[in-house]
Design a protein around this ligand. Structure first.
Ligand code: SF4
Length: 120
């Protein structure tokens, strides 16, 4: 199966600095420089196995029960939901709690207050 880089992710895809820290990561995975956000740069054409694979640390659902975001890896948000991304950027991304459990609890509280459901 062929995949293609999403039209809005070419610049991100061209930045190969992620391989200095994560040499064995997927060739299409990229961190947004200067942030904790990360993306699949071939999200629109990603392989079936990626669509089926439920790799997540925390799963975020909207008020209709639709999956709108996943927290993967360390503290990385994967989402195309504009509101969720905005909440993440304004309330969560800068939250530097070193204790993972406390960080998750606080993140869940913020997202639930905004109307999302969070599953661990
Ligand atoms: S969803 Fe698949 S193709 Fe995209 S970054 Fe993850 S492993 Fe790679």
């Amino acid at each position: 199966m062929r995949v293609t880089v999403d039209p809005d992710k070419h610049e991100l895809f061209d930045d190969k600095s992620i391989f200095e820290k994560l040499p064995h990561t997927c060739p299409f995975f990229r961190h947004q420089p200067g942030s904790e956000k990360a993306y699949c740069t071939v999200h629109l054409t990603r392989p079936e196995i990626c669509r089926d694979y439920g790799c997540w640390r925390l799963l975020i659902l909207n008020h209709t029960g639709r999956r709108v975001g996943r927290i993967k890896y360390i503290r990385t948000l994967c989402s195309d939901d504009a509101l969720l991304t905005k909440i993440w950027e304004s309330c969560i991304e800068e939250h530097k709690e070193p204790d993972d459990k406390k960080w998750e609890d606080e993140m869940c509280r913020i997202l639930r207050r905004a109307g999302y459901t969070v599953r661990r």
